[in-house]
Design a protein around this ligand. Structure first.
Ligand SMILES: [Ca+2]
Ligand SMILES: [Ca+2]
Length: 502
């Protein structure tokens, strides 16, 4: 009797294994092409900013044939290298304070590497490949892809710039074609640009009137072809952002501490040259997928690890929580998605992994805290959550916090040892660019409303909402006007031996 049971179990296991590798079933599973660029504000793109002079026909096509998210965010960072937590959130689907590299990993399961993107998809029978920059990422999760072709490419030639990443994907697809490999694939198509140094190709620099300016003692030449100043440009931020000496605000080659029109417009021109070069690589890969007859069975995601200031609000870097930097571009095209649709979403980058799992019919790991966006993608709902939380805690502590619900957004700054306490309240429906008094707009809603008594009740509501989000997400800090109930402790690095490391 016992033997019979054992054989039955064995048969079942064999049957399951066979089912998992059945070629017929595999054929129906969608491919994934996940495109992620480094440091791009959604407002660079025409899709998000019709006044932008940037030309990105491939991204425009994805938007036309897919769904555009107007409310896609990255949750934030506890480090000046905002890329790092952002990319950990993409790989794990976990919230910012629950990442393996946050607070010594105290809120993260020890076996997290078994549940990261590449591990999960490989286990489900997908072929996995990635190309991206090196560094400020999640190295242990990145190396789990079957094929890894990573290198940092921020030059202005095909070999040293974004075309290199495009080549890696194209050659991988060519190899699959030659081998007649019809397993479903997950390709993580990452770029090193438009992150500085923004060395564009000569043709695209000329198109956007920009030069790769290297002399700190002179201004780059003015040129009418350069992008205009952003609408919310300021020559300086109205108060200290709280991260003295921050590289991105003072040391980026070509900008340094300058915020004059000539410098900012040249840098935006360089950014656009890099943006369009990325777009050309996406075009090549889409064309190849079309030739291989795989395009219609592929979900294509386009996003960035976070946004970017470049002169907006007098800032230069990615270490702030204004919409230009807290938000990310997010476009999805694929089977079943109604072309040309636009949603709010209220999504985070940590929703990517559960979404990919859901679309591929893969069971979501229990470690995932993000939400699948499938119900948004198939038109059932507009948002997956009501409230969004944002943090920048890479400079002086506690740093910046943001919370958003509906049209309302609160940003708070508690930095420089308690010497800077600032509160901003915006109605984003009326004031989407978050104009401040310094922008000199006359309309009453086009400014920071935090000190306007007419909005005192709204302010109190948003303050309460922020506190509840900080508690819910295990934010270890509290701000000056919050109850001291947080486990305020300086983040410590838990010394853990990494597998495979001696
Ligand atoms: Ca980045
Ligand atoms: Ca294969």
């Amino acid at each position: 009797m016992k033997l019979v049971q054992q054989s039955a179990v064995l048969l079942l296991i064999v049957a399951c294994c066979q089912a998992a590798s059945l070629p017929a079933a595999e054929k129906d599973r969608p491919n994934i092409l996940f495109i992620i660029v480094d440091d791009q504000s959604p407002f660079d793109l025409k899709t998000y900013n019709p006044d932008s002079i940037l030309e990105t026909p491939a991204i425009d096509r994805l938007a036309r044939e897919g769904m555009v998210f107007d409310g896609a965010y990255h949750m934030g960072s506890f480090s000046g290298a905002v890329c790092t937590p952002s990319r950990h959130m993409v790989m794990t689907g976990r919230t910012v304070w629950h990442l393996p590299n946050a607070l010594g990993g105290k809120h993260c399961p020890d076996d997290i590497l078994q549940h990261v993107m590449a591990a999960v998809f490989k286990h489900a029978g997908y072929d996995t490949m990635r190309t991206c920059k090196n560094g400020n990422s999640y190295a242990a999760a990145n190396k789990l892809f079957d094929v890894v072709r990573d290198a940092t490419k921020r030059g202005g030639t095909p070999e040293t710039g974004s075309a290199w990443h495009g080549e890696q994907v194209l050659s991988y697809l060519n190899e699959r074609e030659a081998a007649a490999d019809d397993d479903p694939f997950l390709i993580y198509f990452g770029f090193s640009h438009p992150h500085d140094t923004r060395n564009g190709t000569p043709e695209l620099l000329a198109k956007y009137g920009a030069t790769n300016h290297r002399d700190k003692n002179s201004l780059p030449p003015a040129n009418a072809k350069q992008p205009p100043l952003p609408v919310n440009y300021l020559p300086e931020h109205p108060f200290p952002h709280g991260h003295p000496g921050l590289r991105d605000e003072v040391a980026v080659s070509g900008v340094w501490q300058r915020r004059d029109e000539q410098t900012i417009r040249n840098e935006l021109g360089r950014q656009f040259a890099c943006d369009e070069y990325i777009d050309q690589q996406i075009e090549r890969v889409l064309k190849k997928l079309e030739e291989m007859n795989e395009l219609d069975n592929t979900y294509i995601f386009y996003t960035a690890d976070h946004g970017m200031a470049i002169g907006r609000h007098g800032l230069q870097g990615k270490q702030n929580l204004y919409e230009h930097t807290w938000r990310v571009p997010f476009i999805v095209k694929g089977p079943g998605i109604k072309p040309g649709t636009r949603v709010t979403g209220n999504s985070y980058l940590l929703d990517v992994l559960p979404t990919l799992c859901d679309l591929a019919g893969i069971e979501m790991p229990e470690s995932v805290e993000g939400r699948s966006l499938k119900t948004v993608l198939d038109g059932q709902q507009d948002v997956v959550r009501e409230t969004l939380y944002g943090v920048y805690c890479g400079g002086t502590k506690p740093g910046m916090r943001a919370v958003k619900r509906g049209d309302w957004k609160l940003i708070k700054y508690d930095v420089l040892n308690g010497t800077v306490h600032e509160t901003q309240l915006f109605n984003l429906a009326a004031n989407p660019h978050e104009f401040l008094a310094e922008h000199g707009k006359s309309e009453p809603l086009l400014t920071n409303l935090a000190s306007n008594p007419a909005y005192a009740e709204k302010l109190a509501e948003m303050e309460a909402l922020l506190l509840s989000e900080m508690r819910r997400l295990d934010d270890p800090y509290r701000l000056w006007n919050q109850p001291a109930d947080g486990p305020v402790s300086p983040p410590t690095q838990k010394k853990k031996k990494r597998p495979g490391k001696k």
